[in-house]
Design a protein. Structure first.
Length: 608
């Protein structure tokens, strides 16, 4: 059973079960910039974009509620909130739609041209697209209708267009433009694309923020929506109403981006003062800690395999009614679910499309893994151009997919298991190969059960064995031990100097999965306790590390604390010092990162 939370967090929790420790979990640390954010009043949350991540933040304590990796290289992701959903521009010409209550990704809208800025009104997405170069540009407002799936030019504009916002109550679009060094705002009637009014020119130090019944707000002031002529510049007293990167909660509270994190200001009767500062955590693969603490795998025959997949972010559990998570290891697994595990486990990818199956839609969650597996000739379909994604997968089908997937990385040699029931079976060759390699096993009666539906535990165990038997691209031992030593020694060094930003960077570069999540929660606690005045020091005097096992994808490193323990020194608020000795020796589990090829720690099992 893995230790719950990072070891040092356990020490703190045992000493300080107080409101201070609980409040500390609201602090997060980031290496990514927050680009912009909005307030979702319906669900009482802040919604922000931070370098390819969509993050949801509790406005009370600025804690992270949820995070979605946008998986895009777009430098700027425009986004809007409309009728319970948030829409985010990704990959140039795609708009991701996410439910603000459930965080469910409802789908991706494929537009005809790339998006610069956009807004949503009903079933239509109005967006700015630019063609040409800096000498001759064609700025166009296009409209995509989600119902009819049509995408057409609404009207063209001269000059440069920077921003747009739509008043859906009047069907008027306001556009910020620059032409011949003059910057101004124009309003258009969307019913007939006619120009309504144009503002006076101004310096390009503003962008469109939001609308109310009377005014259009910008970063420098407000315009009368009817004629755009009457501008009121902001004053110190009402400044928070006009900035696009400042979001008001009410007349006494607003939020602002400072140092790439969020700051909460409240009015104390005479001026606005900072109530909470929290740089927002935007790590690349953080999940709620409960996702890793599955309730139904302890004591299961496949515990180690299930725990490895869960801890390495390769398997996601089912959420129960009480908020806990379970693996349901004895439940059968579908063809789509197994293909997703296979593609995720091997980090497979390709842009090719082999064939489109009649029962697999681009809107289905399993579309991408099935497309990839099919294009790589790993997973085949059935007659009638069907994949049957929801059909339960058999043990023979798993053996066949594994045999194809690992044909270049595993030597299928060894002693063949003489199963009694595979002679003449269509999958006898892959069953024979995977049995020689020790990837599959049979039942006590000597049968393999090729046509039996596989359970989740059986499928994950077969795949885990295969992943652990790849020996074609092995890392050097020092690559693995250096990761563990760096994480341990540098974390200690910078924690002792309360340099939490650097510790966050170490966590990002050396950890993943369960271990990263527990480390992030721990770091938030350390920072919170430090702000309350509780001092913390640790002294391990170094560690020894040696490789126990390694494959192309996974490795295990044994760590020995030679001291023979690490000493933790905690100074309470009353100045009293506490000393705790803890042995941090144990097994560190690492996986090769699919995006950077770096090795990262995903779990640690301590000796005591």
């Amino acid at each position: 059973m893995k230790k719950i939370f990072f070891t040092m967090l356990l020490l703190f929790i045992s000493l300080f079960i107080t409101s201070q420790a609980l409040a500390a979990n609201t602090f997060y640390y980031s290496k990514s910039e927050i680009q912009d954010f909005l307030y979702d009043s319906e669900n009482n949350q802040l919604v922000a974009v931070a370098k390819n991540h969509l993050i949801f933040i509790d406005p009370e304590d600025l804690s992270l509620k949820h995070e979605i990796n946008l998986h895009t290289d777009t430098k700027w992701n425009d986004f809007v909130i409309d009728h319970g959903d948030v829409y985010v521009a990704i990959h140039g010409n795609q708009i991701l739609q996410v439910d603000l209550n459930t965080y469910e990704q409802k789908g991706i809208h494929q537009l005809q041209e790339d998006v610069i800025e956009f807004d949503v009104v009903g079933t239509k997405i109005y967006y700015l697209n630019s063609q040409g170069d800096s000498l001759k540009r064609d700025e166009r407002i296009r409209v995509f209708d989600r119902t009819s799936q049509t995408d057409q030019v609404l009207f063209s504009l001269g000059g440069y267009t920077y921003d747009l916002i739509i008043d859906d109550s009047t069907n008027v679009m306001y556009i910020q433009m620059e032409e011949k060094n003059d910057t101004f705002i124009q309003s258009f009637n969307l019913n007939d694309s006619s120009l309504i009014s144009t503002s006076d020119s101004y310096r390009l130090e503003q962008n469109l923020s939001h609308l109310d019944d009377t005014f259009l707000y910008t970063s420098r002031g407000k315009y009368d929506k009817n004629d755009l002529m009457n501008i009121t510049y902001h004053s110190d007293d009402d400044r928070f109403l006009y900035y696009s990167n400042i979001v008001p909660l009410d007349e006494n509270t607003y939020f602002k981006i400072e140092n790439h994190g969020l700051v909460k200001y409240v009015f104390n009767g005479s001026e606005f003062v900072i109530e909470k500062e929290a740089p927002v955590q935007t790590y690349t693969d953080i999940q709620p800690l409960d996702n890793y603490l599955l309730t139904d795998i302890d004591g299961h025959w496949a515990y180690e395999n299930l725990d490895q997949f869960v801890s390495a972010n390769l398997l996601v559990g089912y959420e129960n009614a009480d908020g806990s998570f379970s693996a349901k290891p004895n439940r059968t697994i579908t063809r789509a679910e197994f293909v997703a595990l296979l593609v995720r486990g091997l980090a497979l990818n390709t842009e090719e499309i082999d064939e489109e199956f009649s029962d697999v839609s681009s809107k289905d969650w399993f579309y991408e893994p099935i497309r990839i597996a099919s294009a790589l000739d790993i997973a085949n379909g059935f007659d009638g151009n069907e994949f049957r994604p929801k059909k339960e997968i058999t043990r023979a089908e798993i053996a066949a997919m594994i045999s194809r997937s690992f044909s270049n990385t595993i030597l299928f040699t060894g002693n063949e298991k003489p199963f009694k029931d595979v002679a003449g079976h269509w999958a006898i060759e892959p069953i024979t190969n995977t049995s020689k390699a020790g990837i599959i096993g049979g039942y006590p009666d000597g049968k393999f059960g090729p046509d039996n539906n596989a359970t989740r535990a059986e499928a994950i165990s077969m795949l885990t064995r295969a992943l652990n038997k790849q020996y074609t691209v092995l890392p050097y031992d020092h690559e693995l031990t250096n990761v563990v030593i760096k994480e341990h020694i540098q974390t200690e060094q910078y924690l002792n100097h309360t340099d939490y930003e650097t510790v966050a960077s170490i966590i990002e570069t050396t950890t993943t999965g369960y271990y990263k999540t527990s480390a992030v929660y721990s770091l938030g606690t350390f920072a919170g306790l430090a702000q309350e005045g509780i001092q913390f020091k640790m002294n391990s005097q170094g560690i020894f590390a040696e490789v126990v096992s390694k494959s192309n994808s996974f490795a295990v490193v044994k760590v020995v604390n030679p001291n023979p323990y690490t000493q933790f020194m905690i100074t309470n608020l009353d100045g009293k010092m506490e000393y705790i000795n803890e042995d941090l020796s144990g097994l560190y589990y690492l996986k090769r990162s699919s995006d950077s090829n770096d090795w990262k720690i995903y779990n640690v099992i301590y000796n005591n």
